[in-house]
Design a protein around this ligand. Structure first.
Ligand code: GLY
Ligand code: MN
Ligand code: MN
Length: 437
């Protein structure tokens, strides 16, 4: 099953790459898996992440490999397999994907680069352009914008194999989210909840697609909160955490309350969950993603109005900017090899940028929805003191119930985030398939 999906995936990538090369005047493509990032004036490396274009072709882990593609030929993998007693050198074995490539093993990076094709019409993608140039790739072929743009665009249309990887990554994260909820119910600290999460996912932190956000109470208002406090007994948990699968990652957020959380906040969580589901139902081929983002602000205006936080709701509240301090990020982003996957704002396969409206600068997805895209839908309502201060000193300050806001600030924030695959007839919500409530 996986073999067949992967076979079809590589066939799709080969035909797409052939079209890209033909449109851009190149004969072939070399992609490197990347080199480790070493901290300044240190001998320690950051956790290694492969070049995403390489990861698109193969699950082969680790740095310094090359993928060589020529239209009409089986893709070639030049695998870096050094004799190095400092690190484990696991043999390749017979992974399910190996038969899709001609694989050559090399004992040093120099030998890997010696396998790089030379010629005026080769394109190279990766983070080692100097090595590629020294190996014979012309200057004009080093990460050419025309090629990169088309490959990025293609990456936004997931193959069935990629959807399978994202589905497994989502299922794996769902296990972690359930364990996190149990730990929270037992009064666990942020650090303990994080440990419960990774334990259940069966991986270490450096394998996660991004650093988990595990925020109790007021820390939920910090959009990218990185702390892991040891105090127990939070009233609200906002957990934003994903899991890996063969180079792909999920990105899921849930917000949970104890009975001790402020009753209005608990109602806001429930209402935002309802809005999030309605927004997911609105995912349709042909609809601009921006439409959904605007609809999310209108929904949030009504929720804030209904619960007494704002004194008015509807489109006029959105127009006057009343919702932006409470929901200051975009509704979602493409998801794939990268958590904020490429080309969400790309205007066309050849490139160009579809900028978001000035009042929504953080919206990462401005494309029209098409079948094959995978993205998140993640509305939020936050009580962020620095943004509320600005609202309080604006001409709209009388539109807000400030004593209620003050009571809600200690509750932090709410975000509910699912991973969706767009289909010809609607969508699949990968997250709700395994985390229904
Ligand atoms: N976890 C980062 C995000 O949701 O975009
Ligand atoms: Mn996200
Ligand atoms: Mn997230």
């Amino acid at each position: 099953m996986l073999e067949k999906l992967f076979h079809d995936h590589v066939a799709t990538l080969a035909s797409r790459a052939a079209a890209v090369l033909s449109a851009t005047g190149f004969d072939g493509l070399v992609i490197s898996s990347g080199k480790p990032f070493t901290y300044f004036a240190d001998d320690q490396d950051a956790p290694f992440r492969r070049v995403a274009h390489f990861a698109h072709w193969t699950p082969l882990a680790g740095p310094s490999h090359l993928l060589v593609f020529t239209p009409g030929s089986k893709p070639k993998l030049v695998r870096h397999a050094p004799e190095d007693y400092w690190y484990e050198q696991a043999p390749l074995g017979s992974p399910f994907w190996a038969s899709e490539f001609d694989i050559t093993e090399c004992g040093s990076a120099a030998k890997v680069w010696a396998q790089c094709p030379k010629g005026a019409k080769w394109a190279y993608i990766g983070d080692e352009p100097d090595a590629a140039k020294a190996a014979g790739i012309p200057e004009s072929g080093l990460n050419p914008k025309t090629v990169v743009a088309r490959l990025d665009w293609d990456r936004s249309l997931k193959t069935a194999y990629e959807v399978k990887c994202l589905e497994e990554a989502t299922h794996r994260a769902a296990l972690g989210h359930r364990a996190a909820l149990t730990a929270f119910g037992n009064g666990a600290s942020e650090l303990e909840i994080h440990h419960a999460y990774v334990q259940e996912c069966g991986c270490v932190d450096s394998e996660l697609p991004y650093g988990s956000i595990v925020a109790l109470d007021e820390k939920g208002a910090i959009l990218h909160y990185e702390g892991k406090r040891t105090q127990h007994g939070g009233k609200v948990l906002l957990i934003d955490a994903g899991a890996p699968c063969r180079g792909y990652g999920s990105d899921i957020t849930r917000t949970w309350c104890t009975p001790q959380a402020h009753p209005v906040f608990r109602q806001l969580v429930s209402d935002l969950d309802g809005l999030q589901r309605a927004l997911c139902d609105g995912v349709k081929v042909g609809r601009p993603y921006l439409d959904l983002h605007i609809a999310s602000h209108e929904g949030i205006a009504d929720i804030l109005h209904r619960n007494g936080v704002l004194k008015r709701g509807g489109a006029s509240a959105v127009q006057d900017g009343l919702t932006r301090p409470f929901f200051p990020h975009g509704l979602g982003h493409f998801l794939g090899i990268q958590v904020h996957d490429v080309s969400g704002r790309q205007a066309a396969p050849e490139g160009g940028v579809l900028a978001p409206p000035a009042e929504h600068p953080y919206l990462r997805t401005t494309r029209t929805i098409t079948a094959g895209q995978v993205f998140t839908i993640e509305p939020g309502i936050y009580f962020i003191p620095m943004l509320l201060r600005d609202l309080k000193s604006s001409k709209h300050q009388a539109d807000v119930n400030w004593s209620l806001v003050d009571a809600l600030i200690p509750m932090g924030g709410i975000r509910i985030e699912d991973n969706l695959v767009v289909t010809a007839t609607g969508h699949r919500n990968l997250t709700r398939e395994c985390l229904p409530d």
